[in-house]
Write a protein that binds this ligand. Structure first.
Ligand SMILES: *Cc1c(COP(=O)(O)O)cnc(C)c1O
Length: 453
């Protein structure tokens, strides 16, 4: 921090934060060199700090925001609900927001997934799906089915159960001794294509590895968990939808549940409301589907797991121990459910999925420059997620942090993952904002790569 100039309001908040707040996913000492931003308010695509600087939120505040900050429609719905019922326990009680949300989500799956269990954060939803899968098999007399399969480079959250099906060294290595390890199978990441291979070929090849594992562990696997279409947290690895069709078939063949983690890719991110809708002509349905992040419009912590009638029925019994034994204090919070209902209203009233096709195309066009940049490879896009990689030969290990810092000085919030730069903006991003974003990223990249050499 510059000690010669008087401390700004932002400086003061940052200083207090660094003393008292332990920030997530952060080596706190790095804040000696990399900025912490003290926010004041936000509106639309923009975050404003305590000194009045603004930042274009190109990553939707860690992929949660869908319709801009301080969205008038969601604000109004929340204010109304606030005077009605802020919270009550969901065990033994129910209320209109949680009922309506469950019904509307069920309808969005054409009632394939008609039962919804609620929690507050994404990782908890994953814990729930894993436990429910295991418990289903146990209730069916198949208690040997207690192992899980995940994809290479998968990310499903950071609590111990979710970490078990996460394959990210930085999150996992330190806590390895605490974790029950899962089977990791080949990722269909299209970037793994060898010369002459199509994306579909990569998917087909990866499915063979999945089948080998399913064969080898017959009778022991409870579920396969995957993120449909895009493995977000490990660098927006995109893959061919045929993998989902094949995975569904193999899960059926080997009596294994399919858990679709749509915490990041759900709610329209990939171009359909659920990413699994893009598998083949009519989509596939998983046995469990987890949502969080965007479902509350980015307003309040809310996660949920949707499942089938068949699974629900396996728990339905006089015997308490056959029931699903899991709860969180804020399960089904009425305010969070209200934010979700308002979010679903906007999807329906504003034809968001249709309109996003236009915005997605504008994103493609706006980043055309990246196609011809010799430092860039694997420019890719799936709906409202656009990503590209900076070639390894021109990056350094601190590339992501340097880029983040430089972009902030250009009023843009972008957090590269390793050498992958991506945008995942709010769906309300305007054409002008898209231009600011694309230009800002291009300029930032030139600067960062220049400083490095
Ligand atoms: C963010 C995320 C999670 C974890 O959600 P939290 O709310 O951060 O616990 C799980 N799976 C995927 C795919 C995610 O993107």
């Amino acid at each position: 921090m510059n000690t010669n100039r008087p401390k700004s309001i932002s400086d003061q908040w940052v200083e207090r934060s660094l003393k008292a707040v332990w920030h997530p996913c952060t080596q706190m000492k790095h804040h000696e060199r990399f900025p912490l931003i003290a926010l004041s308010h936000a509106k639309g695509s923009w975050l404003y700090d305590q000194d009045g600087h603004r930042y274009l939120d190109a990553i939707s505040s860690w992929w949660v925001n869908l319709f801009g900050h301080s969205n008038p429609y969601i604000n109004a719905a929340l204010k109304k609900q606030l005077d009605q019922l802020e919270h009550a326990m969901l065990a033994g009680f129910t209320h209109p927001p949680v009922v309506e949300l469950s019904e509307r989500l069920s309808a969005l799956t054409s009632h394939h997934l008609g039962h919804t269990f609620f929690a507050s954060d994404g990782a908890s939803a994953i814990e729930i799906a894993l436990k429910m899968s295991f418990h289903y098999w146990r209730n069916m007399g198949l208690s040997d089915k207690k192992e899980f399969i995940c994809l290479k480079n998968s990310y499903h959250g950071e609590t111990l159960g979710a970490l078990a099906v996460t394959d990210v060294a930085i999150f996992k290595d330190a806590y390895g001794p605490l974790i029950r390890h899962a089977h990791i199978v080949t990722s269909p990441d299209a970037r793994n294509a060898t010369a002459g291979e199509t994306n579909e070929d990569v998917a087909t090849r990866s499915l063979k590895d999945l089948e080998t594992t399913l064969q080898k562990c017959q009778g022991k696997i409870a579920a396969l968990i995957l993120e449909p279409l895009v493995q977000c947290a490990t660098g927006m690895a995109m893959y061919d939808a045929s993998y989902l069709i094949g995975a569904r078939q193999l899960c059926d063949k080997y009596q294994v549940h399919l858990i679709a983690d749509e915490i990041a890719v759900g709610c329209g991110r990939t171009g359909t409301f659920f990413a699994v809708e893009q598998a083949g002509d009519s989509g596939i349905w998983p046995d469990f589907l987890a949502l969080s992040k965007g479902i509350s419009g980015g307003y309040l912590p809310l996660s949920l797991v949707m499942t089938t009638e068949k699974i629900y029925q396996a728990f339905y019994d006089e015997d308490t121990s056959r029931g699903f034994l899991h709860s969180h204090s804020y399960t089904g919070n009425p305010l969070a459910c209200t934010a979700a209902l308002a979010t679903l209203d906007i999807f329906a009233n504003d034809q968001v999925i249709e309109k996003n096709k236009v915005l997605a195309k504008a994103m493609t066009e706006s980043f055309a420059w990246a196609q011809n940049d010799s430092n860039i490879e694997h420019l890719r896009q799936k709906g409202m997620i656009l990503a590209f990689d900076i070639k390894e030969s021109v990056t350094t290990s601190s590339f992501a942090k340097e880029f983040f810092k430089e972009a902030l000085s250009k009023e843009i919030l972008v957090r590269p993952i390793g050498r992958t730069i991506y945008i995942m903006p709010p769906y309300t991003l305007s054409t002008d904002e898209l231009t600011i974003l694309s230009n800002g990223i291009e300029k930032t990249l030139r600067l960062v790569l220049q400083n490095k050499s």
